[in-house]
Design a protein around this ligand. Structure first.
Ligand code: SAM
Length: 216
């Protein structure tokens, strides 16, 4: 199970945010930009230790890792131990659902997107942050996976095009792209970057905001 690795190495996972503060803050700023105007309440699927959720003001979180959820709880997020494939909330309740660097750890992303679709209100938005495979950062993490990295050995990375295909398959319509980690380079340079609205080639972190397409 992917998430047991987060349960075992929860401290190491959470320390990443201190060690790579400029990357974290650049990603956070990009997500904040994409979430402007998205109505509450908010849920994060794969909330982890809630580094993002806490700073964004996300009220609810689900995650299968109990150790990370304890940290999320201390950061004042209302959490439930659950997987995104079966979200323990009623249908049509959230104005915004966030998924931040969680897509790559999912066994069944289609089922998770279908669940996100179900719990979102008809005018709700999915805010999805991920590391595109078609970027220097994506290739860097893919290489770590190949070397058997503690966390990334379990990850599957997707290109922007593949993510858009997954969203469209599950009846989401992308309406906004925000890019960051354009100047920062793996093992070379980590700097804080203001977000760029739109898709930038080689961006190491992309946020897609998507609306629900109506059922016909
Ligand atoms: C890289 S972490 C991201 C956590 C959080 N979004 C953050 O930025 O701190 C990936 C998270 O996905 C969670 N996860 C793994 N499988 C999952 C699933 N099927 N449904 C929901 N979350 C899952 C892991 O437990 C882990 O907390």
């Amino acid at each position: 199970m992917v998430f047991t690795i987060f349960d075992i190495f929860w401290r190491e996972y959470d320390e990443w945010f201190e060690k790579h503060r400029d990357l974290y803050l650049s990603e956070l700023r990009a997500i904040e930009y994409a979430s402007r105007g998205v109505s509450k309440p908010w849920l994060e699927v794969g909330v982890g230790s809630a580094r993002f959720a806490y700073s964004l003001g996300v009220e609810f979180g689900v995650d299968p890792s109990r150790s990370l959820l304890k940290l999320a709880f201390l950061r004042s997020v209302d959490v439930v131990e659950a997987v995104g494939e079966y979200i323990p909330f009623a249908s049509n309740v959230f104005g915004g659902v966030f998924m931040i660097v969680t897509l790559c750890f999912l066994d069944n992303p289609v089922q998770v997107f279908r669940e996100v679709y179900r719990v979102l209100k008809s005018d709700g938005r999915l805010v999805l942050g991920f590391i595109p495979l078609d970027s220097d950062w994506g290739r860097f993490y893919r290489d770590l996976k190949k070397k058997g990295h503690r966390f990334y050995q379990y990850a599957s990375f997707y290109t922007v095009e593949q993510v858009v295909d997954l969203l469209e398959l599950t009846r989401f319509e992308p309406e906004l792209y925000v890019s960051t980690l354009i100047r920062s380079k793996p093992s070379e340079l980590e700097v804080f970057e203001e977000p760029y609205e739109g898709l930038r080639q080689n961006a190491g972190f992309v946020v897609v905001r998507a609306r629900k397409r109506a059922l016909r």
